[in-house]
Design a protein around this ligand. Structure first.
Ligand SMILES: NC(=O)c1ccc[n+]([C@@H]2O[C@H](COP(=O)([O-])OP(=O)(O)OC[C@H]3O[C@@H](n4cnc5c(N)ncnc54)[C@H](O)[C@@H]3O)[C@@H](O)[C@H]2O)c1
Length: 323
């Protein structure tokens, strides 16, 4: 399969390394000549260009990976779809729900794959969480909260909601399989004016489940954690752990008739299932290639649209309330 990659920055370099192993990397493209030259040395089989139009004109090219800054995603993904190429676009795929809707419709009309790069959905730890929730092991899910904090990376063209929150939101919507009926966000831009670096979000879902996110690049703790609280068990996905990526706590509240309705807490085993240590990025790109071979997306593009819709609602709340 012949693939081009547009955007060869810090993250793009990881993507292109995998693309070159999994498919035929025929083009690499970046507006920076320095990045083009650096990556051309590592990927000598690919033609390097600064022109997206030039690579899209290649009739043998089947798919394009877009890993440029977020504000450019929509235009580049649209250009590639209009040229008849399948598209993998880094997260968040667009900055507005209307733009993502347009891309989804365009891809569906043209029978092309459009896959947003929601990396965590391909993480074996998150797959385990999804399996737990689907089989009902934690019982009814009551609430989920995410912690995505660190000191840095301090970005200028995406705030903490769009840069960090997009990861947790993609997983929460995937686990709960509903869109929230209520969204609330507050935060502050302490470092770069207009770019919120500390954000708190709250979501309430039609089923009554609730979720919370703490997103920050101004924090002493490096945390990459999602906690799922069920009625019977609780599960934690902690991406900072090397071995215990998922921990299941047999902890639950119980009401016994003889205690006249009083709640008591019960504690059982604490378990860590084995999680394969495969690179999530490799798994994500393999999934994209499978979709391209099959000639159509599954629910990936529409799931990505739901994520952008919720991000947009949270951003509206953030803009109203933050300073
Ligand atoms: N999935 C993840 O875990 C993850 C992690 C980091 C970044 N990302 C995403 O990956 C994308 C890229 O992030 P990054 O950290 O590599 O950014 P970066 O700023 O390091 O790199 C972006 C590159 O795109 C190039 N570029 C900009 N506009 C271009 C254009 N119109 N045509 C061609 N090249 C262009 C720049 O010269 C630069 O080399 C972003 O969407 C980001 O959100 C995803």
């Amino acid at each position: 399969m012949r693939i081009a990659q547009v955007g060869l920055g810090a993250w793009g370099a990881n993507l292109v390394r995998n693309v070159d192993v999994l498919a035929e990397l025929t083009w690499i493209c970046d507006s920076s000549s320095e990045r083009r030259e650096q990556l051309a040395r590592r990927h000598p089989g690919a033609r390097a260009t600064e022109s997206v139009a030039e690579l899209l004109a290649d009739p043998e090219l089947e798919a394009v990976v877009v890993a440029t800054p977020v504000p450019t995603h929509y235009a580049l993904a649209k250009q590639a779809l209009e040229a008849g190429k399948h598209v993998f676009v880094e997260k968040p795929p667009t900055m507005r729900a209307a733009e993502m809707e347009e891309l989804v419709e365009l891809s569906e009309r043209s029978g092309l794959v459009l896959m947003p790069g929601h990396l965590l959905l391909y993480h074996p730890g998150v797959r385990k969480l999804k399996q737990l929730v689907t089989t009902g092991e934690p019982g009814e899910v009551l609430c989920i909260y995410g912690n995505r904090q660190n000191l840095g990376t301090i970005r200028k063209d995406e705030n903490a909601l769009w840069s960090l929150g997009v990861h947790d939101l993609s997983v929460i919507l995937h686990l709960i399989d509903e869109e929230p009926s209520e969204t609330w966000a507050q935060g502050n831009a302490f470092l770069n004016p207009g770019v919120e670096d500390v954000v708190f979000c709250f979501l309430r879902f039609p089923s009554g489940k609730i979720a919370h996110l703490h997103l920050s690049w101004l924090d002493p703790h490096k945390m990459r954690k999602l906690t799922v609280v069920g009625r019977d068990k609780m599960a934690v996905f902690d991406d900072m752990e090397l071995e215990r990526k998922v921990t299941i706590y047999e902890k639950w509240p119980e009401q016994k008739a003889e205690t006249f309705g009083e709640w008591q807490t019960r504690t059982g085993d604490i378990l860590s299932p084995k999680i394969p240590s495969e690179e999530p990025l490799r798994l994500e790109l393999e999934h994209f290639l499978r979709l391209v071979r099959g000639g159509a997306s599954g629910s990936e593009a529409r799931d990505g649209l739901a994520v952008v819709r919720v991000l947009e609602r949270l951003q509206d709340a953030l803009t109203r309330t933050s300073s």
